[in-house]
Design a protein around this ligand. Sequence first.
Ligand code: ADP
Ligand code: ZN
Ligand code: ZN
Length: 786
Amino acid sequence: MVADIIINTTAKRLQQTFSYIVPDGMAVHVGSRVQVPFGRRQEEGIVVAVSERNAGEYAYELKPISTVLSAQAGFQEEMIETASWISRYYLCNLADALRLFMIEKKGLEVRLYVTVGTKAPASAEDADVAAYVQAKGQVEKAALSRKFGARRVDDLLAAGVLQVEKGWKNKISDKTEKWLSFVRDDAEGLLANRRRQAALLAELKQAGSAPVSAFIGKGYSADVIRRLCGTGLAAISERNVRTRQLLPTLEQSRPLTLTDEQARAVQAVRGDTTGRTYVLHGVTGSGKTEVYMQLAEDVLRQGKQVIVLVPEIALTGQIVRQFVRRFGNDVVVMHSQLSKGERKNNWLRMLRGESHICIGARSAVFTAAQHLGLVIVDEAHDSSYKQEESPRYHAVAVAQKRAAYYCCPVILGSATPSVSDYYAALQGEYTLLELKERIHGRPLPTVTIADMRDELARGNYRVVSDAMVSLLEETLAAGQQAIILLNRRGFATFVMCRKCGYVVKCDTCDVPMVYHKQSDHLQCHYCEASKPIPTVCPACGSKYIKFFGTGTEKVEEQLGELFPSSRVVRLDQDTASRKYSGEQILERFRRHEYDILLGTQMVAKGHDFANVSAVGILSADSLLNLPAYWAGERTFQLLTQAAGRAGRGDAPGRVVMQTYAPEHYVIQCAQKQDYHAFYEQEIEFRRALQYPPFHRIIKIILTDEEEQPLWRRGNDLAASLQSWTRWEHSPVEVIGPFADIIKRIRGKYRLVILIKGKSLDDIKDYMRREPQCWASGVVIDVDPSF
Ligand code: ADP
Ligand code: ZN
Ligand code: ZN
């Protein structure tokens, strides 16, 4: 037998497989990790194919595999096929693509386990061995052989007194851990003069409950924790590491009676065995989640598995909660706060078919499913589905590849489908399903546009327009809640000298630093570097250092002044960076402990708050002016998503959008929440300028600490690509090199080369062979998201 093996090194050009002899008796199959002689060294490799071919059929001499490192039952053929597609399509190393499917580099080890067989033991000694195995249930074969001798064990196996089966060494853990929970609120007087306990209680109140180890990690002694429990204000309980969920125990939910539109969508997908992609275009609040869940239920009934992808930010949100309520323990949630053990347990449960639904962000698309029956991608237009480091895959493309293998449908749900997906649906490549009505016939919110040029003319210099002030006043007076979106964190967006115009920039990035008032320092949003605010201008020595621009911190301050009796909470990367705290902010807002939720795009996505009747968008055109073909699409999506948070309960929703470009088609369509009108204009613009979906793009980014050599490298690479297109008479366009929008990040200058064309397969083949594409400081981004 001969095995084809990829060598697991990081050398980028090692795409091809190498053939090795499988020595007699060596158990090797697709997915096994092995050690092989490679050059003068021993290297690790992964078996991607095993064939009955004979070593003699090869023109050169094959070497044998040295050892099996692990039988690695975790890799199925499908995964290897998908990984090779990823490496071809996204121009990355096959080993790196395969690693996307691994939960940890070592992989899983398969061992042989012995149980009692069907035949009776022939002697008293044999009966001893059988009794030992019987008592243990099952024993690892190697351990049993050590105890009773390998010969004896083999004989008993041959006689059928014992039998052997394969199993995973890595077992699901039944470990428990201690959790501390908040119990009651009336701490009055109880903790007088006990500062540590009071501090612990305050933190615990925020968290609700958390592992005791987390508090020990924060410096609380076991003694302080015990004493706090002694007061009855907190309590300790044991929880199973395996079943610990991100969410508290929730009441189970039953399937709802579908509306006609929902029923039609479910009907259209049900039973599909062609591996088709469906675009589920449903306005905000149209009940897409119920459609997902009823389709999932169908698939479960067939004993198959479902992968549900949600944007990173929605992982603690509504949709996960709903799936857990409907399907309970059959759901595993893959989120970033899992411990390594929990992650592995979840992964194993899917691999072994013990759980049937895996919900997670982008990387959950690599879930080790046995029988995939459905992939759901919620908010499929979201940019978090594109990985921004190598391998730069798009989760939707990977999902489609996997689904094609399993012949199961992919659902792309969104209120604002990507222009490319919608185009594919209209062309018949995908199938279009539409939910045009909100549930219970609730109207979509009404949107008012506030022209900020008029505000200035009227003498309103605040960030908040008069229209928005009135909307908030009325909303708060009616006891309802509001969401306010501003897609910039910090207090002031740049700091400038009024005398000479000097702007404080980051030392290593070519961007202005942002003033954060809470921490009272300047921060770079690209590398997180911070520095103090200069007291005099570093350029001219003047004292006229002033803050310009508006971020969420400043709005928070202004809202506090405008509505002193209302409770405002801010949600952005700064307030959400503490563990669980973004989720807590949303949960407390849901419980109406706050009246106004203010924040960056984190507040715009997916939430279903029944009491929110007003949404304010402070700077509707902030993305619109970026020099990128997707600026209009992103803006429309963000505005529609944000507006869609209003009026999901009984009170009708109202939205104010502040803009300096009220006549722009994107703003106009967003005002009417008219996706089709937006699509019609956008697709014509894409067609005219030959952007996706009409042309594909590859973006090559070159970086270097020195500017001169960087340009030389950029020009050389562009010239090489150009000469290929001329030689091949290829219609593919090579544009650049040009300086990236941000010229320098983390001390490295950046150049960009764009490749554009209807089909890029041929130029990819060329790039694979062109060493300049694989030099260090070169990043290749296929279908870039920006
Ligand atoms: P979307 O994801 O399309 O924005 P959701 O799935 O959040 O909308 O649904 C909006 C609300 O309507 C939710 O509160 C959901 O429970 C409810 N809902 C969905 N389908 C039905 C139905 N068939 N009957 C009654 N209520 C429904
Ligand atoms: Zn100055
Ligand atoms: Zn920086």
